[in-house]
Design a protein around this ligand. Structure first.
Ligand code: SF4
Ligand code: SF4
Length: 456
């Protein structure tokens, strides 16, 4: 019998943010892309871990075999998303492990773990559950604010936020991800209820199309990107300082936890949204964790002129056709590399320029625009226009915060709300001086975390 009853839902209104005006929003159509040749784990894309390899090049692995663990938290293991042979371990600068690549074999054999049903789960104590999730490789899907690192299993947070969707239309739609997944979702929520005092389930008001899910939503969010980011919701709802260290998980990752407990297998399916800016190719793809990016896109042209953006148009990272999907990422976008800079581009009227500024012509139209990688100008000094502060969803004053960072006044940057930064990228996007504000703020946050950890 299902344990959950309808909850009194709160509405969170987020006034600042940005409504996407970009061509190629993925359609609800789903394509299956499960039969692939290679998958990889990408340790360098997981913040703050120090990976220690548990598999070597040439090893034979199954789905769920350990590939590496976090040296600083040895129980936190990362398991193989495929069965086959480890064909390469690629290192980046300073011997950072970038990728552990597996050439898949036909049989897809799996490691097996003990299954848990709802009744057994209700009797499990918190510590046993945590050990189970760590051994099964699904613990890293739970992350911790404000630094967005893997949750520390030794702590108990005041709350866990589950984010079901995004106000970014280039992220997968709940309709596609959660339909027919109720049993895994329920199992996942039941597990989270053992880990924290409160479980907050967040969804956009506009996406409430699945009845059983609606009954579980505790907070519906009104607002533009990044309104339903867990950090933004927390900023607008937090009740005590303990909430600053809340944990959070993406709804799709919660399904993976539910699936792992129910089936005893390491779950590998992932629904992603894919866009190349055209209507015909922009859709949802049911695929698997760690897929090679060029196996997602069947364009047979030379792909050298393309830039691959993984994990969000404004907050994701740049990759390439031979790169792999990171474990947290749920969207891939392909845009054209700008071939040449526009001559005096900053002075042109800009009817086709993607911008939030009222000074470019495109602001007069709501028509979506095609994007490429052109920055339309070089970095210049701050002109104190205030656009960055006007758009920041958590009321940081990025123009003053970055100046404090440059002046090495970290206390001042903290007073401006540095740790509330949700890493959405909007301040960089709107800055007419092309200052990489979000990158500077994120780097400063990471540096501060390293400092306090060293001092601890
Ligand atoms: S400072 Fe920039 S990146 Fe951080 S939350 Fe505000 S707008 Fe987003
Ligand atoms: S948007 Fe850029 S130029 Fe304008 S105040 Fe912020 S940092 Fe300065």
């Amino acid at each position: 019998m299902r344990e959950f009853v309808s909850v009194a839902m709160k509405t969170v209104r987020v006034k600042k943010g940005w409504r996407f005006k970009i061509n190629g929003t993925p359609s609800p159509e789903i394509e299956n892309r499960l039969e692939v040749k290679h998958v990889a784990a990408t340790p360098s894309k997981i913040p703050f871990i120090k990976p220690r390899l548990l598999a070597r090049s040439g090893d034979q692995v199954k789905i769920g075999s350990p590939l590496f663990e976090d040296k600083k938290n040895p129980g936190i293991k990362f398991l193989s998303p495929g069965s086959g042979k480890v064909v390469a371990v690629n290192y980046g600068p300073r011997r950072v492990i970038e990728e552990i690549i597996i050439a898949l074999d036909a049989d897809e054999s799996c490691e097996t773990f003990e299954t848990v049903d709802a009744k057994t789960l209700s009797r499990l104590d918190r510590k046993t559950l945590i050990l189970k999730l760590m051994a099964g490789g699904v613990w890293p899907f739970i992350r911790q604010l404000p630094y967005r690192e893997i949750a520390n299993p030794k702590l108990k947070p005041a709350s866990i936020l589950v984010s079901l969707d995004s106000a970014d239309p280039f992220q997968p739609s709940p309709e596609v991800c959660y339909n027919n997944q109720r049993s895994f979702f329920d199992m996942g929520v039941q597990a989270l209820r053992k880990l924290a005092e409160r479980v907050t389930i967040i969804q956009s008001a506009k996406n409430r199309s699945i009845d059983w899910l609606n009954q579980l939503v505790t907070h519906q969010v009104l607002g533009d990107y990044p309104a339903n980011d867990p950090g933004v919701v927390l900023y607008h709802t937090r009740q005590s300082p303990a909430d600053n260290h809340a944990w959070y998980i993406n709804g799709q990752d919660l399904l993976l936890i539910g699936e792992f407990l129910s089936t005893g297998l390491y779950p590998i399916q992932r629904v992603i949204s894919f866009s190349d800016g055209t209507i015909e190719n922009s859709k949802h793809i049911k695929t698997r964790l760690g897929i090679k990016l060029n196996e997602l896109y069947s364009s047979h042209e030379n792909m050298d002129h393309l830039r691959w953006i993984v994990g969000g148009v404004l907050s994701g990272y740049t990759s390439h056709a031979d790169g792999f999907l990171g474990m947290y990422e749920t969207s891939v976008m392909v845009i054209e590399e700008a071939q040449k800079s526009e001559f005096f581009g900053f002075a042109r009227p800009g009817s086709d320029k993607l911008s939030n500024s009222r000074t470019v012509l495109s602001a007069l139209s709501s028509a979506p625009l095609k994007v490429n990688s052109d920055m339309h100008g070089e970095e210049r000094p701050c002109i104190n226009c205030g656009y960055c502060a006007k758009i920041c969803p958590v009321d940081i004053l990025p123009q003053f915060t970055y100046k404090s960072i440059y002046a090495d006044e970290i206390e001042e940057a903290l007073a401006h709300g540095l740790l509330d930064c949700v890493e959405c990228g909007l301040c960089s996007f709107v800055c007419p001086s092309k200052i990489e504000l979000s990158e500077l703020l994120i780097d400063a946050k990471h540096m501060y975390r390293r400092e306090i950890n060293q001092g601890a």
